[in-house]
Design a protein around this ligand. Structure first.
Ligand SMILES: [Zn+2]
Length: 77
């Protein structure tokens, strides 16, 4: 087992939440705890000045590295 020191967090979530999170974590090949930490600690959304190719809105929000989504029409890339 790992020698690193760990904090323990107990989460009480609505029914079905854990099963959903487990599916997401397995889809990315992560342990549930590692997936939760990555999801919570991901970089905050950024606004760019790049026009959306669909609606030409200049309000684009980036969701972590390598992706963005238009806040107007929802187009994602
Ligand atoms: Zn758009």
């Amino acid at each position: 087992m790992s020698e690193r020191k760990l904090d323990i967090i107990v989460v009480h979530a609505p029914e079905g939440t854990k099963a959903r999170w487990v599916r997401h974590s397995q889809a990315q090949g992560l342990k549930l705890s590692d997936w939760i930490v990555a999801a919570v600690d991901r970089p905050p959304n950024k606004v760019t000045a790049t026009p959306c190719p669909r609606c030409a809105s200049v309000v684009l929000t980036a969701d972590g590295p390598g992706g963005w989504q238009c806040a107007q029409c929802g187009l994602a890339a």
